[in-house]
Design a protein around this ligand. Structure first.
Ligand code: LLP
Length: 386
């Protein structure tokens, strides 16, 4: 969003590239911090959504912590000034090296996902003469009602400690002297637009935390992960997700105990709408079925979401002056049939050299780009630096 305002400048850059509307990012961070602040909730930005240092520096200015999924993300957070005391590290298979690095930096918490992993963290912490702070990531078996490839909290998924194993894990804990259980953690999936799903999550968390307390645990922290979705169909109509309703659901439904802190790990909802992928039209042609095809210089290597999740990013022609519209398929240059951004979009008549934008690409866009076909990774430009 916002690229229209900078069109002259953007039209002079080599394509494809990502453009970020930093004013929208700030407005979004304003809303997140004020809405979460009403309840004293603690928000960690999920670095996996966009690990760009300038984005992280902005997040840091608003006092958010980070949620990391690799040693690289923990390191990037620290380099960007995020205090280690606000960093959580989730990840279904953390390497020994990543664990050692995070212990050395004394991060706030590891979200631990299995008994095996707890044993390894315990051993490494012992070798380093440290005590690791841990939140147990439980798989709550809640259906997030989102695309199957981005749901994480159903029994069938690889994430978290399953209901069937919790008992066994708990029995082992007294033998793990170098870990300190400070809370429980959940993350059920991403791009969740049906907020009732979070009510369901709250119900599960209430039951589970009572169970843990019954077993003698003192849980100081509850972490409910991220997952709040954005409006891909109408980014202009809803540039900032409904954080007010989102946080209120947790305030209304989650029964926090005295002195407990509630943590969130939001990625897409914070950065999704502020980013766009800008690309140039190389060729147009018509396929054997009579479909008009616009071939652009961005491909699935730059934005893989349509190929991977059949995701729809709104496409606009930023430079066409035609008053006639046409229906087009928009596809990229990669040697894969899945390298199609959309099979059907109504655009003003489009020609070679026109500049197109794919909106709502701030989250899981540039960070998922790759060098397949020996392509360069797309550059990134920021509205406040143009
Ligand atoms: N916490 C954990 C443990 C996660 O695994 C994730 C995302 C988040 C927080 C942040 O979720 P968010 O608030 O952004 O929904 N590449 C996919 C999304 C994968 C999400 C992975 N985990 C996409 O492009 O839709």
């Amino acid at each position: 969003m916002g690229s229209e305002r900078y069109i002259q400048k953007l039209n002079s850059f080599p394509t494809p590239f990502y453009f970020y509307d930093m004013e929208l990012l700030r407005r979004t961070l304003d809303v997140v911090t004020s809405e979460a602040g009403k309840y004293g909730f603690s928000v960690h930005y999920a670095v996996k959504a966009n690990f760009n240092g300038r984005i992280l520096a902005e997040v840091n200015k608003y006092g958010l912590g980070t949620d990391c999924v690799s040693g690289g993300e923990v390191k990037r957070s620290i380099e960007c000034g995020i205090p280690a005391s606000k960093i959580v590290f989730a990840g279904v298979a953390k390497s020994d090296e990543e664990i050692r690095y995070s212990l050395e930096k004394e991060i706030f918490s590891f979200n631990s996902e299995s008994r095996d992993e707890l044993e390894v963290i315990n051993r490494i912490a012992g070798e380093m003469g440290k005590k690791a702070t841990i939140a147990l990531r439980i798989n709550p078996d809640v259906d997030p009602k989102t695309h199957k490839n981005i749901s994480t909290g159903k029994a069938e998924n690889k994430f978290g400690i399953s209901y069937t194993e919790i008992e066994e894990v708990i029995d082992e804990l007294p033998y793990l002297k170098n870990i300190d259980i400070i809370g429980i953690h959940f993350h059920i999936g991403s791009q969740i637009r049906d907020l009732s799903v979070f009510e369901k999550l709250c119900e599960r968390v209430n039951t589970l935390q009572d169970w843990f307390i019954g077993k003698g645990f003192d849980l100081k922290h509850i972490n409910v992960g991220g997952g709040l979705g954005i409006n891909y169909d109408d980014p202009q109509g809803e540039p900032i997700p409904d954080f007010k309703a989102y946080f209120k659901i947790f305030s209304d439904n989650l029964k926090l105990k005295e002195g407990q802190t509630l943590h969130f790990e939001l990625g897409r909802a914070i950065v999704g709408q502020c980013g766009e992928l800008i690309t140039r039209v190389l060729y147009t042609k018509i396929n054997g079925e009579g479909t008009k095809i616009v071939l652009v210089d961005a491909g699935m290597t730059d934005l893989i979401r349509p190929a991977l999740y059949q995701a729809k990013h709104r496409i606009k022609n930023l430079t066409s002056e035609s008053t006639r519209t046409e229906n087009y398929m928009v596809a990229g240059p990669i040697c894969e049939s899945t390298d199609v951004f959309t099979k059907s979009v109504e655009l003003p008549e489009t020609f070679r050299n026109d500049l197109l934008t794919m909106e709502s690409a701030g989250a899981y866009g540039r960070c998922m780009s790759m060098g397949y076909n020996l392509r360069d990774l797309p550059k990134e430009y920021f509205s406040n630096e143009l």
